[in-house]
Design a protein around this ligand. Structure first.
Ligand code: CP
Length: 311
C-alpha cells in the first residue's frame, strides 16, 4: 500500500496485520523504552487544515516513537491564509522531500487530491464527512482488546451519522470484521442511503440498544450543519443521550465508545463516560497511538522499498 485514504484500501489480511502490529506497539508504549527506529531517516509531515487534539497528538507521538523526523504544519500560520491553493501548498511541501503526509481537511476527498498531486504516501486523518480510517482501526483495536473477535457481535453506532466520517469508516471496517451493525439517529441526521449500507437502521434509541455488545455514540457536529436543522441539545439528550439507564437494555457488560471530542450531557451522560467499568473512551485514545504506529510503519516500509527500487 502506498496510502491509506479509506478503509476500502484494506483487505481483511491487512487489517489483521495492522491490529497485530498495533498490539506489539501497544505493549511497548506501556514501557519506559518507547522509542524505536523503523522510520529512521524518513520525514513525516502532519498537515492539519482542521482542528484536532487526539489525532494530531497521536500521529506526532507515533512518528516520533518510530524514529521519523516529524513536522507539524500549522495551517493557521501558513500561506493558505494568504490565498495559496491546496495544490500549491501540497506541491511546496512535497518539494522538501517528505516521505509520509498525514492530512486532515474539512473537504471530503482532499487527502486523495493531495496524494494525486504529490505522488506521496498520504494517510487520511479525517476528511469532511467522508472517512477517518485510523479512527475505525483504533476503535476495532479497543473493541477487540475487550470483546475478543468482533465477528457476530452486535454493535450500535448512535448520533449524528449524517456528518460523521467516523461512522462511515467504522461501518466499512466492522462489516469487514463480520460484526452486526446497527445505526440509530433522528431521520434528519441519517444519510439518505443508509439503508443500503448493509446495517439495521433505527430511530428509537431504546429499541436500537436492545441486546447490543457495544454502543458507540457520536458528537453532534454543529459546525457542519449550517443552513440545516440543528436540534436543541436538551431535546437531543432526552431522545438520543446515552445513559446508564439506557445501557440496561444492552447485553450485560456491554461497552461504551466515543471517538471524542465529546459533549457531556448532549450525546452522553458524563457519569457514563467516566465509568471505567464500561467506558472505552480513554482506551480508544491509548489505542490511537499504537494503531497509528502500525499504519506509519506499514506505509513507511513500503515507501522505503519503492524508493530503493527506483534507484
Ligand atoms: N476522534 C478525533 O478525530 O478527535 P480529534 O478531532 O481531537 O482528532
Amino acid at each position: 500500500h502506498r496510502s491509506l485514504l479509506s478503509i476500502a484500501d484494506l483487505n481483511p489480511l491487512d487489517v489483521q496485520m495492522l491490529l497485530e502490529r498495533a498490539s506489539h506497539w501497544h505493549a511497548i508504549n506501556r514501557t519506559p523504552d518507547k522509542k524505536h527506529d523503523p522510520l529512521k531517516g524518513l520525514t513525516q509531515i502532519n498537515l492539519f487544515f482542521e482542528n484536532s487534539t487526539r489525532t494530531q497528538a497521536s500521529f506526532e507521538l507515533a512518528g516520533k516513537r518510530l524514529g521519523a523526523d516529524v513536522l507539524n504544519f500549522s495551517v493557521s500560520a501558513s500561506s493558505t491564509a494568504k490565498g495559496e491553493t491546496l495544490a500549491d501548498t501540497a506541491r511546496t511541501l512535497a518539494a522538501m522531500n517528505p516521505d509520509l503526509l498525514v492530512v486532515r481537511h474539512k473537504a471530503s476527498g482532499a487527502p486523495d487530491f493531495i496524494a494525486r498531486e504529490t505522488g506521496l504516501s498520504v494517510i487520511n486523518a479525517g476528511d469532511g464527512t467522508r472517512e477517518h480510517p485510523t479512527q475505525a482501526l483504533l476503535d476495532a483495536f479497543a473493541l477487540t482488546e475487550s470483546l475478543g473477535d468482533v465477528g457476530g457481535r452486535r454493535i450500535l453506532i448512535v448520533g449524528d451519522i449524517l456528518h460523521s466520517r467516523v461512522a462511515r469508516s467504522n461501518v466499512l471496517l466492522l462489516s469487514l470484521l463480520g460484526a452486526q451493525i446497527r445505526l440509530c439517529a433522528p431521520p434528519t441526521l441519517l444519510p439518505a442511503d443508509a439503508d443500503r449500507w448493509g446495517v439495521e437502521v433505527f430511530h428509537d434509541l431504546d429499541d436500537a440498544i436492545e441486546g447490543c455488545d457495544a454502543v458507540m455514540t457520536l458528537r453532534l457536529q454543529k459546525e457542519r450543519m449550517s443552513g440545516g436543522y440543528i436540534p436543541s441539545e436538551r431535546e437531543y439528550f432526552r431522545f438520543y443521550g446515552l445513559t446508564h439507564r439506557r445501557m440496561e437494555a444492552a447485553q450485560s457488560g456491554a461497552l461504551v465508545l466515543h471517538p471524542g471530542p465529546m459533549n457531556r450531557g448532549v450525546e452522553i451522560d458524563g457519569a457514563l463516560a467516566d465509568d471505567e467499568e464500561v467506558s472505552l473512551i480513554l482506551d480508544q485514545v491509548e489505542a490511537g497511538v499504537a494503531v497509528r504506529m502500525a499504519v506509519l510503519e506499514m506505509l513507511g516500509e513500503q515507501t522505503r522499498r519503492n524508493t530503493e527500487r527506483r534507484r
